[in-house]
Design a protein. Structure first.
Length: 446
């Protein structure tokens, strides 16, 4: 199983030596991709972990919260919209916390329903993916809820579930179940599914099922970020706490420079689409008849296309976050996950929001680069925290509260989680940057 080691020790090393170690770790991962390097790879700094970029960053997970930062919504004072939302949901702290932002919940939950209730995946496979991601992100609420579902509804024993954390290579797992956990680890640590794992997935799964598997892992990374950062506490019915007797998973860091040079899923032309696909994609066809590659690729899965777009369009331009902060989050996430398509399509949006060429280049250098305002440095630190450990650290959260209200902080977490999801799809499906779009900046040492 290819788990990128935690490389936080590199903060003690010169940049050039730290970069060499990062390249060595990438080379030893055992992946042999059909790939090219991008400008992201031209940068020595691009190979250095976030511990190097952000200075004195913890080398292990921060302690998880024992009290909520955003308390569950009390009964008194609920709006009609909040009452309606919660009337249709179990009395769980998760929903009572998300009820602080009903609009956000309404735009996100169709995607969640598809991935949880209308997925093409077998229930056992789905729960293995969710539990493995919950473990890697150290999200106790996610672990506990899905341990409950896996034991009560899917028929897994808790001994099996513990092995998802302690021994994903145990002989008791089928080869395909090991592949599913490999996929989750690769997405969390490498930001994409390797060629070898893709080929193994293709033996049992259709293209749509592979897409569902990728989005399920990404969705539950997002959920982990929300649960951890808001401090949602276990409900009384949840009995399975996150195991503490096993070795902790690694932190996620910046990743290698290797990405696919050709698509795994070819973008469809209008002529190649079914009538259903053409109807769905019609609003996204440009005046010249072209279709952005991300839409022409995601239309391979019509049932997922609409819910993904409903959520993605909201976090892209319709939240209450200031546009500059929103673009800093998106582009920093794209940089950290080496998703050049994400960067390329948001650089023009960032410039339209008022970010300068110098600002955009400094996004790659991270929050400790000189010239950031306190607000923008806090935003970039939040993106780095969420990438590293699926949690906004206390210091960063304290800074964010100086500039943003509860709903905006929730939007911030969902933006990073949502664009991490998009980056996983871009990288794993091999979505290529169209001609004429900007590429990653080439950042040289010194």
């Amino acid at each position: 199983m290819s788990i990128t080691p935690s490389v936080g020790i590199k903060k003690l090393l010169p940049v050039s030596l730290a970069a060499s170690i990062a390249c060595l770790l990438t080379a030893c991962s055992g992946h042999e991709e059909t790939t090219v390097t991008t400008n992201h790879a031209d940068s020595t700094l691009a190979q250095v972990s976030m511990a190097q970029e952000t200075g004195d960053t913890a080398m292990t997970f921060s302690p998880r919260l024992e009290e909520p930062r955003i308390p569950p919504l009390p009964v008194e004072g609920r709006t009609p919209e909040q009452i309606e939302m919660l009337n249709n949901r179990p009395d769980f702290n998760l929903y009572k916390t998300l009820a602080h932002h009903v609009e956000l919940y309404d735009r996100w939950t169709p995607l969640g329903r598809v991935l949880l209730n209308a997925s093409t995946l077998p229930a056992r496979d789905r729960e293995i993916i969710m539990l493995r991601m919950g473990w890697l992100c150290q999200a106790e609420y996610e672990w506990s809820q899905h341990a409950r579902i896996a034991t009560n509804d899917v028929g897994m024993s808790y001994e099996e579930i513990l092995k998802i954390a302690s021994d994903p290579n145990a002989e008791s797992w089928t080869d395909f179940e090991k592949t599913l956990m490999d996929m989750v680890d690769e997405l969390r640590y490498d930001g994409m599914v390797s060629d070898a794992t893709w080929q193994k997935l293709s033996v049992n799964y259709s293209q749509q099922e592979i897409i569902d598997a990728i989005f399920t892992a990404a969705q539950y990374q997002l959920v982990s970020m929300v649960l951890n950062s808001t401090g949602i506490q276990l409900d009384p019915v949840l009995e399975h706490t996150l195991p503490t007797e096993f070795e902790m998973p690694a932190l996620a860091t910046t990743i290698g420079n290797v990405r696919l040079s050709t698509p795994r899923l070819k973008p469809l032309t209008l002529e190649e689409m079914t009538d259903e696909q053409r109807d769905i994609i019609k609003p996204h066809v440009r005046e010249d008849g072209s279709i952005p590659n991300i839409y022409a690729t995601m239309i391979h899965h019509p049932a997922l296309f609409g819910p993904r777009y409903t959520f993605g369009s909201y976090i892209m331009s319709q939240t209450s976050l200031p546009p500059q902060a929103r673009e800093l989050l998106i582009m920093r996430t794209g940089w950290l996950l080496n998703a050049e398509y994400e960067w390329a399509h948001h650089e023009p949006i960032a410039k339209a929001a008022g970010l300068s060429d110098e600002d955009i280049t400094r996004i790659a250098l991270g929050p400790n680069a000189s010239g950031w305002s306190d607000e923008h440095r806090a935003v970039l630190n939040a993106a780095d925290d969420l990438r590293r450990e699926a949690f906004i650290t206390d210091d960063t959260f304290s800074q964010l509260t100086k500039f943003y209200n509860t709903q905006q902080i929730m939007e911030l977490v969902f933006t990073v989680g949502g664009y991490s999801m998009t980056a996983f799809a871009i990288n794993s499906l091999g979505i290529q940057v169209e001609e004429g779009y900007p590429r990653f900046p080439s950042i040289k040492e010194g």
